[in-house]
Design a protein. Sequence first.
Length: 276
Amino acid sequence: MQSNIIDIRLIEALVAQVFPCTVHSRVERAEEGVSTYVYRLYRGNEVFYLRVLPEVNASFAPEVYVHEMLRAKDVKVPEVVYFEHYNEVVQRSVMVTTAIKGKHIGHYHVNEVPRSTLVEAGRDLAVINSISVQGFGWIKRDSSKVTALEAELPTYRAFVFEQLEEDLAFLSERVLNTREIKAIREIIDRCDTWLDIDQAWLAHGDFDATHIYQEHQASSTSERSGAATPSMTWGTSRCTTERHSPPECFPIFWKAIETLFNSSRTMSREYISQAC
């Protein structure tokens, strides 16, 4: 992500297009960017975030669609205030959102994070995971307007097997022996019926504690809608627990998710744990 970074002068020209010049604006690169280029915009007393997709032919349209849907469901995600499928200045798709107040909980010791914050964030993430997707795998992002989320592959089976042989070949050269590769294939054969899944659901693709913000014991879930490498993935629920993710928090967090999931469809705690 650090290579081929867009010239800051182009970003400043883009910001001048988005916002009138009547209010002084300042732009800086933000550290938050993982799957997208992220810039923090200071405009008067307001703060916004500009996201630019690295992929030239991809669009933020799916993110805009998801953000609008989640806000309609009272999920505390940023508001999209500007979107372009293709911006001539940076020659990529761009999106500007409002800032989330407070700090992410990775800044705090686990004892400083109220239980209510984790419960709220868990409920918000469960709502994200309740959005249906047509197909499986990475989201399609080649359209300028999205009315439903559509993934690249037609079945979960196709998603699982898409790169299986390449992965096993790589592992056999460097990590696993022949007996272990055989055992993996036997497990896949034995659990074949598990691959007959009819419906995919949206999952936050790079979720960790840096996506949960708190301010005066209120929480917001940062939903960095970006596709694939976008920040969103679907078909299976997963999360990443990095150094900013205090593991003591997650039993509370997952309990909140499980409660909301069970209100709409059956999902055991064991499945949730395995999905992570």
